[in-house]
Design a protein around this ligand. Structure first.
Ligand code: BEZ
Length: 235
């Protein structure tokens, strides 16, 4: 419950704005799948950004521990290289770390010069950890201000649909981020499910019909709960 005191609801807008004073004290955001992503505005490498301005399209908000570190650099090269694939899915990317805006700029310049790739999605600066704490990217007991590798998949209504958390020493998989996004978009209607290792174009599963009549009348032993349905769109 305490987590909710760090944000306030804006009447009608279904937007929770992070309260800067309270956020510093938050023990843990406790964000869950299905929560509206807390709103914030901040400086970024592409200018000022506000999370709620992304309503109407998918957004992947992700944190990285620090600029100028090896694993983070590989992640940004990989994500910038796949930027078109995210755009094709109408999904924006937004990165965040505690580093300053000028650190972000210097790092992006180095990535461009050394690896010949321009990171054009915004990287937010969060030097006070206000956003990082609200999203549980850092905990107050952490002795280190670096954010972990959290990733929030936020739908066009601003609702968190999936989240992952990786440690500093393991980089995320861009193909898996795209696959998760594809799966979330394929099951958006609520009537179908994406099975393990599902890829676009493969069969989805039907929501099981949980009635005893269906269970007893099913031909095969698993037919009542395990049924393939239409194929998801091929990407
Ligand atoms: C890295 O991105 O390589 C990294 C970041 C923080 C701690 C350790 C490694």
């Amino acid at each position: 419950m305490f987590c909710y005191s760090i944000v306030k609801w804006y009447e009608g807008a279904m937007t929770r704005m992070i309260d800067p004073d309270a956020a510093r004290e938050a023990p843990c955001a406790g964000l869950r799948i299905g929560d509206v992503a807390p709103d914030f505005s901040a400086r970024s490498t592409t200018g000022d950004v506000r999370l709620s301005d992304y309503r109407g399209r998918w957004l992947i908000l992700f944190s990285h521990p620090a600029d100028f570190t090896p694993v983070c650099t590989t992640e940004f090269i990989a994500l910038a290289g796949s930027a078109n694939e995210f755009a094709q899915r109408d999904c924006a990317l937004m990165a965040l770390s505690v580093d300053s805006l000028f650190s972000h700029f210097a790092w992006l310049r180095l990535i461009r010069d050394r690896y010949d790739i321009e990171v054009r999605f915004p990287i937010v600066e969060d030097p006070t950890l206000i956003i990082g704490r609200a999203y549980g990217m850092v905990a107050p007991q952490d002795t280190d201000s670096a954010t972990v590798r959290t990733t929030f998949f936020i739908d066009p209504q601003g609702v968190i649909r999936a989240m992952t958390c990786y440690p500093a020493n393991v980089g995320r998989s861009t193909p898996e981020m795209l696959r998760t996004l594809d799966a979330l978009q394929a099951v958006e209607s609520g009537s179908v499910l994406a099975p393990a290792n599902w890829m676009p174009g493969e069969a989805l599963l039907a929501q099981p019909d949980a009635s005893l009549d269906t269970v007893f009348s099913a031909k095969g032993q698993t037919d009542w709960f395990m049924k393939e349905t239409r194929r998801g769109p091929r990407k």
